[in-house]
Ligand binder design. Structure first.
Ligand SMILES: [Zn+2]
Ligand SMILES: [Zn+2]
Length: 332
């Protein structure tokens, strides 16, 4: 296969960094980081690296050397990687001018745009562990990137689009599709996808949760979603039934999966439970009681108490969102 040259573009918080990292770590891409030019120039000038200085430096460099400056300064590195036969990913391409320059100077450049809605991006940026941004800073940065850095062009003119509003495994899957790679999901990944589909049947919109219980041989035993008692009205029809800030109209997904086993007479001993959210204490007690030995959850929900008790109950607790790629996909 001939080497590829990809540029990943997207607004702040869209997740383009995650895409680049995945290409580097999992597909062995070599990265050319345009932002490195800003950091190098700030360091040379003895200026502190921060949001404000970086922005000023980006704008200054472009005012002085033209909007394609980053692409021009990074071109030798890109060419070197391509000559060495390396798959290469460009991180930090912003302006329309940079894209035009690269398209004129690099063969077969393909642009991947990573998109996510504003609210999701803002939430990510305010919660990121390194240099979180206030809402004011995010809006100012968005405006600056569109108005001063001409970032809209490359995003609207990409070869591929990834909507990154879901889970990391789904993001990785989208990347693999673009690369033309078919990967088989691991069992954990496969059953978490099943649990996600099951959650769509939930009847309380305060939280849609899906659960599936399988045996150690990967056979599905029972499933459940958070729903009203069979035949009884849904929250969407009669409203929630609130007690202590929780809606108690529905039976939780995990409990429904346990109850289905009782109804049809299936042993859950030694089983594995997949749930899109971590079980509450109430469900956890039932899960432990029926002899389930492993719980894989999609997101940590309330009741961290289960963490303190899982060991004692001989249950392995697995946070799906923290699984590394080699646990999500079968390695070919
Ligand atoms: Zn409800
Ligand atoms: Zn529960």
């Amino acid at each position: 296969m001939t080497q590829r040259i990809l540029a990943v573009v997207g607004m702040p918080g869209s997740g383009k960094g995650e895409v680049t990292t995945y290409l580097e770590n999992f597909h062995n891409y070599s990265k050319v980081y345009f932002g490195g030019v800003t950091l190098d120039t700030l360091n040379e000038a003895g200026l502190e690296v921060n949001e404000e200085n970086e922005r000023k430096m980006r704008e200054n460099l472009r005012a002085e050397h033209g909007m394609a400056v980053y692409a021009k300064l990074s071109l030798p590195k890109i060419q070197k990687y391509l000559e060495e036969g390396k798959n290469t990913v460009i991180d930090g391409l912003y302006s329309w001018e940079e894209l035009k320059f690269l398209r004129e100077n690099v063969n077969d450049l393909r642009v991947i745009a990573v998109i996510a809605s504003r609210n999701i991006r803002y939430e990510r940026l305010s919660k990121r562990p390194i240099r979180p941004l206030t809402l004011e800073q995010v809006i100012s940065r968005d405006n600056s990137q569109i108005e001063n850095l001409n970032q809209g062009g490359p995003i609207s003119y990409a070869d591929h689009y990834i909507q990154n509003e879901f889970s990391i495994p789904e993001l990785h899957n989208s990347i693999n599709k673009i690369l033309g790679i078919k990967r088989r999901p691991s069992w954990d990944n496969y059953f978490m996808n099943v649990a996600n589909v099951i959650s769509t049947r939930g009847t309380c919109d305060r939280k849609y949760v899906g659960a599936v219980i399988v045996d150690p041989k990967h056979q599905i035993l029972t499933t459940g979603y958070n729903g009203s008692i069979s035949g009884q009205p849904h929250c969407s029809q009669v409203g929630h039934k609130m007690v202590n800030d929780h809606c108690v109209r529905t039976i939780h997904a995990e409990e429904n999966a346990l109850l289905q086993a009782a109804k049809v007479g299936v042993s859950l001993e030694g089983g594995i439970l997949y749930s899109t959210a971590s079980p509450c204490w109430n469900c956890f007690r039932g899960i432990a009681r029926v002899g389930i030995k492993r719980i894989v959850f999609g997101e940590m929900y309330r009741d961290k108490e289960i963490k303190d008790n899982a060991d004692n109950c001989g249950i392995e607790l697995v946070d799906f969102s923290k699984l590394p790629s080699d646990k999500l996909w079968e390695v070919d």
